[in-house]
Design a protein around this ligand. Structure first.
Ligand SMILES: [Zn+2]
Length: 93
């Protein structure tokens, strides 16, 4: 049975804890702070749509996950709104 909506992050996905515990850095873009979490090729196991180029990031592709670091919505909401980017696309965003 196909999954209904793979692009909506579910609250219980297993990468959530990994995101919180893994190495990450903070970057500033357009006057806002963002948390940037690298995802290795081995960790990338799903398709994502990169907001920078609107293309698919396929499984096995190292990339970055980005979410707001300014805490306006709270950590949980910020993480739920995280986006997967090609590393190169984020660099030029
Ligand atoms: Zn991209």
């Amino acid at each position: 049975m196909p999954r209904a909506n793979r692009r909506r992050p579910s609250g219980g996905d297993e990468s959530f804890e990994r995101l919180l515990s893994g190495w990450k850095r903070t970057e500033t873009r357009r006057g806002r702070e963002w948390t940037v979490q690298p995802v290795s090729a081995a960790q990338a196991q799903k398709d994502y749509i990169c907001p920078g180029c609107a293309r698919t990031i396929g499984p096995g592709t190292a990339h970055v996950v980005v979410w707001r670091a300014d805490g306006v919505l709270g950590d949980t909401a910020d993480l739920a709104a995280r986006r997967h980017w090609h590393a190169a696309c984020w660099k030029t965003a």
